[in-house]
Write a protein that binds this ligand. Structure first.
Ligand SMILES: *Cc1c(COP(=O)(O)O)cnc(C)c1O
Length: 427
């Protein structure tokens, strides 16, 4: 696409955007002037879908009217509530319904999956992850490694970019996997790195991991609802993600889990168990002896969190209504492409502003990470004063994530204008 740096051009793109009506399905916070702001932080907390409140109200109503009988009565009995999320979740991540379940929160699920899929034994005990992974993932992995009696500095191998580069090359990841060979128990990466915005080639990494006999899993916190995913076809062993970032399901919202079909009937796989993962045919007989349900559902512990799930269900419905991730991705690539183009137009020297997210759309989602070596915090503050909500990561990165469901090309143009103003008159 050929872009132009004018408001008129941005508005023309919006007028022709088949997804433009979805913006109005979300609550957009007002900026400091009382005018609608530009929300560039959907990678951290997605906006509230207007349908969320009614979805939660319906469950308050059910509780009010039916109390304990709400498990069996009401518009969506709680006993089977989580099952109503399965099909939309499977579509979202490219999975079969048996491969997904919605439950708990992300770090909790990461632990549950690591218990099953990080099974160090003999000389095979290493775990490969990104250097500078999201802290919760680092802590989870560190504690799991210790749980098995290994020293983190020995068992955890971190991938770091080549000197002078900001992101990882797929060939370097593959080479490291080969080098670790039969000492490698697990590859565990983010699908999209939260800091750089780099999207990894999950199919290639999974192939490389399997070729040396390792398991491969992904934390999709920044990938779910952002990228087109084909977890089943990519042959990924497991994955999990949160729902409050690109999936717009509210702060602390519930989490999704993928376990490949080949483990659907593997009761011998070690796991931490709870009654909600037990075979439902005799779950309520309260008998001894855990028998897991088939598929990802067999990793459930507790009865479903109805309120966060009500929000999540309302939000997932919007993804389906929009036509799914392939449709959203088309707009997303254009939005982010426009933002990148506007920033490059400024021709700022790299010491002032460098986009560290890969330029190749296949290697990124909607987020651009700007490395601002001088007065980065001032840029972030200036954007905020202009009603532009970005995200600041110490020591010097501003993250901006125009998302296709509710951001417009005009939003992106306004971000470009604000960065240009800051660049000309550093505040
Ligand atoms: C957002 C995020 C988390 C947050 O974990 P919670 O358990 O939901 O608090 C963890 N890991 C990654 C990679 C994230 O991006």
């Amino acid at each position: 696409m050929t872009y132009e740096n004018t408001l008129d051009f941005a508005r023309r793109l919006d007028a022709h955007d088949p997804l433009r009506a979805f913006r109005d399905r979300f609550h957009l916070p007002l900026g400091p002037t009382g005018q609608p702001g530009v929300y560039g932080c959907g990678n951290s907390l997605g906006l509230q879908p207007k349908a969320a409140r009614a979805a939660v109200e319906a469950e308050f109503q059910s509780w009010e009217e039916h109390a304990v009988e709400g498990h069996f009565h009401g518009t969506s009995p709680w006993m089977h509530y989580h099952e109503t999320l399965t099909d939309a979740t499977a579509r979202l991540v490219g999975a079969k319904p048996v491969e997904v379940v919605v439950m708990n929160n992300l770090t909790t699920n990461l632990h549950l999956l690591l218990i099953s899929f990080y099974r160090p034994a003999g000389g095979r005990y290493k775990l490969l992850m990104e250097g500078g992974a999201f802290p919760s993932d680092q802590y989870a992995v560190e504690s799991q490694v210790k749980l098995h009696g290994y020293a983190p500095h020995d068992a955890i191998v971190e991938l770091v970019p080549r000197a002078g580069e900001h992101t990882l090359r797929t060939e370097d990841i593959e080479a490291k996997i080969q080098e670790l060979g039969d000492s490698l128990a697990l590859v565990m990466l983010g699908g999209v790195n939260y800091y750089t915005g780099q999207a990894f080639d999950m199919a290639a990494i999974t192939r490389a991991g399997h070729a040396v006999g390792a398991k491969v899993g992904f934390d999709l916190a920044h990938a779910a609802g952002n990228l087109e995913l084909h977890l089943h076809d990519w042959d990924v062993d497991f994955a999990c993600w949160c729902s409050y970032k690109y999936l717009n399901s509210g702060p602390g919202g519930t989490s999704g889990v993928f376990v490949h079909e080949r483990f659907a009937n593997a009761p011998e796989l070690p796991r931490l168990a709870g009654w909600w993962g037990h075979d439902p045919s005799d779950r309520f007989q309260m008998k001894k002896g855990f028998r897991p349900m088939a598929g990802a559902a067999g990793w459930q512990l507790s009865n479903a969190q109805i309120f966060p799930m009500a929000i999540h269900r309302a939000s997932l419905a919007l993804f389906d209504e929009a036509g799914g991730m392939s449709v959203l991705r088309r707009k997303s690539e254009q939005l982010t492409g426009y933002l990148e183009w506007l920033l490059r137009e400024l021709q700022l020297p790299a010491e002032r502003l460098e986009i560290i997210t890969p330029s190749d759309p296949a290697q990124r989602g909607c987020q651009l990470s700007l490395l601002v070596r001088q007065r980065g915090r001032a840029l972030f503050d200036y954007l905020a004063s202009q009603g532009i909500v970005a995200d600041w990561r110490e020591p010097n990165v501003v993250r901006l994530a125009p998302v296709p469901l509710y951001n417009s090309f005009e939003d992106v143009w306004r971000i470009g204008q604000a960065v240009a103003t800051w660049a000309n008159h550093p505040v």
